[in-house]
Design a protein around this ligand. Structure first.
Ligand code: TXA
Ligand code: MG
Length: 338
């Protein structure tokens, strides 16, 4: 049965709350990406998330809270730094990892003694969680290892049959998943870059983070965040990252081998007949907002290869580059690129 997204007015939100209370799954918009929500206190409901996503059960879920005052219901040993970030950056695209309270379901935390918490800023998400009144466990509403959904129809395409209701709140404004900061040990770490920048966190907390973990080996058993695995957020079509200066040659190479090429660029604007080309903004936040939708569109065009122009390696582009690296990692980069 195809689940048609429901416009997220007050009546729809009431219906969504009733579904959550009865142990069902509701997909809802957040400012980052759409989430697949279940009552975080109900083990049967949480189990349905793993089935719907096809995600291994040892991968932890983020619990979405109505506001920062709920922190103490979910976390123990909360450091001052966490309170400060919650106070200054919630609601917003930031997830904080803390020691969990003993009654937090281990199903939610993937068996770990920590829990990821976030208060999303999106209006619909806020209304839904406030009306629900407690934590909603919600990963991104995509199948495991696929691109996160930034529109209600992306969720319908991927999770029909697994979700009881899809709340349509329009396109997500941030477009990439939240920044994840781990404050559960004495050494704070950023586990996933997002719109909240490392420099912003460092300034607020008056500390310096360790460099991000690069090249995490897939065989390691201590990978905590699936977002840290190399193959993630991937389109089904082969995708390659190209430096701007190599793009023209790469296009020529592919087309002379009779391969169907698509382009995703932010600066390169040469027009080629018969080559699908999505040109996104040269501003990082605007690019991020549209990136997953663009990758999905290109992915549906029956192409042999998507060539992606490598954005600048500056801090504001870090989240975008992180996701693009993961979308292209196992594929050869264009010649001449790093
Ligand atoms: O923006 C977002 O964070 C979106 C929206 C829906 O809120 N959610 C999202 O969830 O991206 P998900 O499950 O696709 O990614 C959450 C990441 C996962 O990589 C998970 O492993 C990590 O957060 N995570 C959750 N709890 C954790 C914990 N206790 N320790 C380490 N990583 C954790
Ligand atoms: Mg995800």
């Amino acid at each position: 049965m195809f689940v048609k997204p429901t416009f997220a007015d007050d009546a729809a939100i009431e219906q969504a709350v009733a579904i959550l209370r009865s142990g069902g799954l509701v997909a809802f918009p957040t400012e980052t990406v759409y989430g697949l929500g279940a009552d975080a206190r109900n083990p049967n409901a949480v189990k349905k998330i793993f089935t719907a996503k096809g995600r291994p059960s040892d991968h932890p879920l983020i619990v979405h809270l109505p506001d920062g005052s709920h922190l103490d219901k979910w976390a123990n040993d909360i450091p001052e730094s966490a309170r400060k970030l919650a106070d200054r950056l919630w609601p917003g695209p930031l997830t904080i990892i803390l020691k969990k309270k003993s009654d937090v379901l281990s199903l939610v935390t993937g068996g770990q003694d920590t829990v990821g918490l976030r208060v999303p800023a999106n209006d619909v998400a806020q209304k839904l969680i406030k009306r629900f009144g407690d934590g909603i466990a919600a990963p991104s509403a995509n199948r495991f290892k696929r691109i996160s959904p930034t529109r209600a129809e992306h969720v319908a395409d991927e999770l029909t049959g697994f979700v009881d209701m899809i709340l349509d709140g329009g396109p997500c404004q941030v477009g990439v998943e939240s920044t994840i900061v781990d404050l559960s040990t004495s050494i704070p770490k950023i586990l996933r870059p997002g719109q909240v920048l490392q420099s912003e966190l460092e300034e607020l907390l008056g500390i310096e983070f360790q460099p991000a973990i690069e090249d995490v080996n897939l065989d390691r058993s201590d990978i905590r965040a699936p977002g840290m695995m190399q193959m993630h957020y991937a389109p089904l079509t082969l995708a390659r990252l190209c430096e701007s200066k190599d793009l023209q040659e790469a296009i020529n190479e592919q087309t002379s081998a009779a391969l169907k090429v698509g382009l995703l660029t932010y600066d390169y604007d040469n027009v080629h007949d018969n080559i699908p080309h999505i040109q996104l903004s040269n501003k990082a936040n605007d690019y991020a907002r549209d990136m997953y939708n663009a990758l999905r569109k290109l992915d549906q065009m029956d192409l042999d290869v998507i060539l992606i122009e490598h954005p600048p390696e500056t801090e504001t582009w870090r989240a975008v580059n992180d996701r693009l690296m993961k979308a292209t990692h196992q594929n050869k980069e264009c010649s001449g690129s790093k």
